[in-house]
Design a protein around this ligand. Structure first.
Ligand code: NAD
Length: 288
């Protein structure tokens, strides 16, 4: 644990927020986990407990360390009070530009002047988020991967005005969480999604044009490239709506037609077939 960052806060207790709170608490940090919904906070705390139980059963965590880690997490719906003594705040709320701007204005108003304000956004410009605050040099992207306790990567995104000290501190913090941080500058999609989403889009085009079946496309990429899963399976896991939204960010951000979303992907999202979360995407999960 890096002492000067001992007190942190995580805003948003959804899929990513509970994982981020988990890894900070497990590494000795005191975490205020904040959400607008009390039910989301309680669900997140239960999920963290269950995920830690799994670590205990695998011998990766002791029962005593689990109890101590859970005791370091405080749940709150009062953002202003929960930020007042925090050295780092990681925002992991719903992916919506206007919402992020509003939350960052609140973070800026209530977190101490020295605090670092980080966002876990997958696709929104860190520079634009930073620009709504009075401390753009202290705003940075900390892009954790799902599931957070398992995935090693943290993509660290410097906005246009992010200081070198804040970048160095954020890298050191991520390493202290047992993660492997890698730095990127703030351009659409950063690195991970700029490369991943065109691959998923091309897989959708390959299916759309009847070049091969979905199983063949996935197996060719899985076996041929040594990927743990094929691109269509991965898209179903991420959510087709999320993939489409990120492709649109790339398309709008670069103005380059190579990022134009495949019409099949657009149709599937319009039909409400968003992947695993709706039971149907490129594959049908209801049957299994
Ligand atoms: P989610 O929908 O699971 O959770 C979002 C949470 O934010 C909800 O609990 C919601 O109640 C809460 N929230 C909404 N408005 C709020 C407010 N004003 N104050 C506090 N909390 C508020 O979303 P998620 O999948 O965890 O994604 C969160 C962020 O992480 C997004 O920016 C997303 O792009 C990014 N991200 C997601 C993934 C992923 O695989 N899910 C991966 C990397 C990054």
């Amino acid at each position: 644990m890096i002492a000067k960052f001992q007190k942190v806060a995580v805003i948003g207790a959804g899929t990513m927020g509970n994982g981020i709170a988990h890894v900070f608490a497990q590494s000795g940090y005191e975490v205020n986990l904040i959400d607008v919904q009390q039910a989301a906070l309680e669900r997140a705390f239960a999920t963290i407990g269950k995920n830690m139980d799994r670590q205990v059963s695998k011998g990766a965590l002791t029962e005593a360390d689990k109890t101590a880690a859970l005791a370091r997490i405080q749940l709150s719906t009062d953002l202003a009070a929960a930020l007042k003594d925090r050295a780092l705040v990681v925002e992991a709320a719903t992916e919506n530009v206007e919402l992020k701007f509003r939350i960052f204005r609140e973070m800026d108003a209530h977190a101490p002047a020295h605090a670092i304000l980080a966002t876990n956004t997958s696709s929104i410009s860190v520079t634009q988020i930073a620009a709504v605050t009075q401390r753009p040099a202290q705003v940075i992207g900390m892009h954790f991967m799902n599931p957070v306790p398992v995935m090693k990567l943290v993509e660290i995104i410097s906005g246009y005005d992010t200081s070198a000290t804040v970048l160095a501190d954020t890298i050191a913090l991520s390493q202290d969480l047992g993660k492997e941080p890698h730095a990127s500058n703030d351009y659409p999609g950063f690195v991970a999604n700029r490369i991943l989403m065109p691959m998923i889009n091309e897989a959708a085009w390959t299916l759309h044009e009847g070049v091969a079946t979905k199983e063949a496309i996935d197996n060719i990429m899985k076996l041929g490239m040594n990927h743990p899963m094929g691109p269509l399976t991965l898209a179903d896991f991420i959510g087709l709506d999320v993939c489409l939204a990120i492709l649109r960010v790339l398309y709008d951000g670069f103005g380059n037609p190579k990022y134009a979303p495949c019409p099949l992907l657009v149709n599937m999202v319009n039909a409400g077939h968003l992947g695993r979360k709706t039971g149907r995407g490129f594959y049908d999960y209801n049957a299994a």
